[in-house]
Write a protein that binds this ligand. Structure first.
Ligand SMILES: [Zn+2]
Length: 187
């Protein structure tokens, strides 16, 4: 997916909604039949989402691995704060930079060229765009598709485990005992 540089302004809550999906997520400016100028978010598994926006045309794919940082940054903003988001190609040709800005708050996500690798996900066994598991998760299958990657990221953020095999590999004795005496650690 080639990145087309440009900028769009929308409310923090609207951007958060576009990004509240399993990644990778491709953001593209488009013209919607009802909404008019809009920002479209596309994921491998869900129907596209649209929110009305104004700004120049651009497109950028955010890898699943970068979504938690972007969501955490958005969480610290008030819902009705305008956010200016867009992408630029780095002059040295090493990739693209996605920038989101709200007043003095800025987050930049660098995306090297050709990060998207398609292979079999070690958890769901589907052939998809995959990412390496984070070493911070302990013994996790790798590589993982966006959906499975997000499952691990969400579970670890909540101090939880994805499923029983994950808990058996990574939970300590106290956590296992606690899980056995309450409920299964799956959602
Ligand atoms: Zn998977």
């Amino acid at each position: 997916m080639t990145a087309l540089p440009g900028r769009t302004t929308l409310l923090a809550a609207e951007l958060a909604w576009l990004l509240r999906q399993a990644g990778p997520i491709t953001l593209t400016t488009t013209h919607h039949d009802v909404l008019g100028p809009a920002l479209q978010s596309t994921t491998p598994d869900q129907p596209p989402r649209y929110t009305p926006t104004a700004g120049g045309p651009w497109t950028h794919t955010i890898p699943a691995t970068d979504l938690p940082a972007l969501r955490a940054w958005l969480d610290r903003l008030d819902d009705d704060t305008p956010v200016r988001i867009g992408t630029a190609t780095l002059a040295d040709g090493t990739g693209t930079l996605l920038t989101a800005r709200s007043g003095p708050q800025t987050i930049r996500i660098h995306q090297p060229i050709n990060t998207a690798v398609e292979a079999r996900c070690a958890r769901c066994q589907q052939r998809r765009v995959v990412h390496p598991a984070s070493p911070a998760w302990g013994h996790a299958p790798t590589p993982l598709c966006g959906t499975c990657w997000n499952r691990y990221a969400d579970a670890r953020a909540a101090n939880d485990y994805v499923d029983w095999p994950d808990a058996l590999r990574n939970a300590d004795d106290d956590q296992i005992t606690c899980a056995l005496t309450s409920e299964e650690p799956t959602r």
